[in-house]
Design a protein around this ligand. Structure first.
Ligand code: SF4
Ligand code: SF4
Length: 133
């Protein structure tokens, strides 16, 4: 897969830019509705994509050899689905042919997030959500 093809797999849902909490005993991941402050809340894309890693220390670049770390991504993420040998859903822009289908299907985080520069780290526990897993 070429770099452009790999990049095109991203549906721009913005879910991976939500803060997560991990159960240290079980390793289970729980998503919150607190998003990185660099996420554009309308487009659900990164405002500073090219220099994202220098801006946000916890921002990770998804790579094909991530292996077990794919479980950090939401279950709907195309990269995780491909890793798990699952098909892309019908709302994925590559399937629907419409870049807005991820929003229309209610998959993106558009309009549903708080910003991490407005929520204290110790308050994350109060922001756990069930609409991303
Ligand atoms: S969760 Fe996956 S598909 Fe959605 S924006 Fe992040 S990398 Fe792209
Ligand atoms: S810096 Fe990283 S975590 Fe933050 S919005 Fe951009 S891609 Fe998402």
């Amino acid at each position: 897969m070429s770099p452009d093809e790999w990049e095109s797999l991203c549906d721009r849902c913005g879910r991976c830019c939500l803060h997560k909490l991990e159960n240290e005993d079980s390793g289970d991941i729980y998503f919150t509705d607190v998003a990185c402050c660099y996420l554009d809340e309308e487009s659900c894309s990164c405002k500073h994509y090219e220099k994202r890693q220098s801006l946000a220390v916890n921002c990770l670049v998804v790579k094909p050899d991530w292996a077990e770390r794919f479980h950090w991504l939401p279950s709907t993420c195309a990269y995780r689905l491909i890793y798990e040998n699952k098909e892309l859903p019908e709302w994925h822009p590559l399937v629907s042919g419409d870049k807005d289908s991820v929003h229309l299907a209610g998959i993106s985080v558009r309009g549903r997030t708080f910003r991490d520069n407005e929520v204290a780290e110790e308050q994350l526990i109060e922001h756990l959500i069930t609409w991303v897993n």
